[in-house]
Design a protein around this ligand. Structure first.
Ligand SMILES: NC(=O)c1ccc[n+]([C@@H]2O[C@H](COP(=O)([O-])OP(=O)(O)OC[C@H]3O[C@@H](n4cnc5c(N)ncnc54)[C@H](O)[C@@H]3O)[C@@H](O)[C@H]2O)c1
Length: 383
């Protein structure tokens, strides 16, 4: 079948996200399935050029996956007309500069979140991309997870009646790095290196809340650095300067209240690493990454508070599982396919830089709320 090749520069491919989710689970998986169907009957085919700082590691990854193009020279890659798309999964602090250069070179840009470290910088990238006329997008992977897709289906189908509240619980224990290796890179725990759970997770909560439930109108947050000292990849002790927990209350349009706890210093007593409970007048749901359970008002038990007796109801057993009703592919891959169709066929892609900037706006507002001990309204950003 005829191919429509799209040259993609992949920067940050030696990192956790760049390698596993974007290279292996998305772009190589797309090639394995023979590309993405284009409107003209051809298959959109990603041609990959790996970019990074360490040539040996790039060569090793390229060889492992039968790829031939890699370079440590981003400018040269950007100057090459064979590449139409720049993708960024570098550490957050390195992103803005690289994306500016990519826009300047006329590349379409797709990037990991957060779009930049600050809201104004993010808005500026959105403005520059629009002025240059390049397609742009930010990863919003959680929207494509089976559990949250099922939640969205419930909302769209009117299951909840009037939605009252959302309670989200995200987190797990990230080891300190001394007696057991930390399972996240150490830069996440240093503010000066773009770390912090608020900047990391509030952009996710922004699009999840806005696109599944309702737009966020205000935030009140308390942040903490529960573990003040950690041990890095080389075994050296360092001071954790970034927040490792954020306790947020988000006011949503329509009077809905969402509370989301995010923590890297919590042990999991849940079914999944993130879960959202949505309560509405007609029913409730608990959605995780994969699963979604519901309780309709007609099946709601009538618990009576009596601490003198053991629990009389098997509460968890009273919920019903929402069926998949279809295949759910890797969330990052689904969004990559949409971005490629956006580039080739001009298909709509609402998860653009402006959407990403609004996620950073919420993170910044959450940090300000915590710093100043007050509720921070979210200003609307006109399109
Ligand atoms: N969408 C998601 O669910 C999700 C999850 C985790 C991380 N992320 C985002 O992905 C990005 C990468 O995170 P990660 O966990 O893969 O990080 P990582 O540390 O594993 O990888 C970072 C990559 O950036 C490169 N890099 C470039 N300049 C660097 C510098 N000055 N110092 C250190 N590394 C540099 C590294 O070589 C590496 O390839 C971050 O922006 C993060 O916010 C997104």
């Amino acid at each position: 079948m005829e191919r429509t090749s799209v040259g993609i520069i992949l920067n940050g491919v030696t990192g956790r996200m760049g390698y596993r989710q974007h290279l292996v689970r998305s772009l190589l998986a797309i090639r394995d399935q023979g590309g993405v169907p284009a409107r003209d009957g051809s298959r959109i085919w990603p041609e990959l050029t790996l970019v990074g700082r360490d040539e040996n590691r790039l060569a090793e990854i390229a060889e492992r996956h039968g790829l031939s193009a890699y370079t440590t020279d981003l400018d040269a890659a950007l100057a090459d007309d064979a590449h139409q798309v720049y993708f960024d999964a570098q550490v957050t602090t390195a992103r803005e500069k690289a994306i500016r250069a990519a826009i300047e070179a006329g590349k379409h840009v797709y990037t990991e979140k957060p779009l930049a470290e600050g809201f104004l910088a993010s808005l500026e990238l959105a403005r520059l991309a629009a002025a240059k006329g390049v397609r742009n997008g930010v990863v919003q992977d959680k929207l494509f997870l089976p559990g949250l897709r099922k939640l969205k289906r419930l909302v769209d189908g009117g299951f909840f009646g009037r939605i009252l509240s959302v309670r989200g619980e995200f987190g797990y224990w990230v080891f300190e790095g001394d007696w057991q290796a930390a399972q996240r890179p150490s830069w996440n725990y240093r503010a000066e290196d773009g770390g912090g759970i608020t900047l990391d997770m509030f952009p996710h909560w922004h699009y999840v809340l806005e696109q599944i439930i309702a737009p966020v109108t205000a935030v009140t947050a308390v942040t903490a650095t529960h573990i003040p000292e950690r041990v890095d990849e080389t075994g050296a002790r360092y001071r954790a300067t970034a927040d490792d927990a954020a306790y947020g209350i988000f006011e949503l349009a329509g009077g809905i209240i969402a509370q989301v706890n995010s923590s890297w210093a919590v042990r999991v007593h849940r079914d999944e690493l993130v879960e959202f409970q949505v309560d509405g007048t007609h029913g409730s749901a608990v959605a995780g990454l994969r699963d979604c359970r519901i309780q309709h008002r007609s099946a709601t038990p009538m618990p009576v508070w009596n601490p003198d007796l053991p629990a009389t109801e098997p509460f968890r057993a009273q919920w019903q599982t929402v069926p998949d009703n279809g295949e759910h592919d890797n969330a990052f891959k689904v969004q990559w396919e949409a971005f490629l169709r956006h580039v080739v066929d001009d298909e709509p892609f609402p998860w653009d830089f402006l959407a990403g900037a609004r996620g950073v706006q919420l993170a910044e507002a959450g940090l300000r709320s915590a710093r100043e001990g007050r509720r921070v309204p979210i200003e609307e950003i006109p399109r």
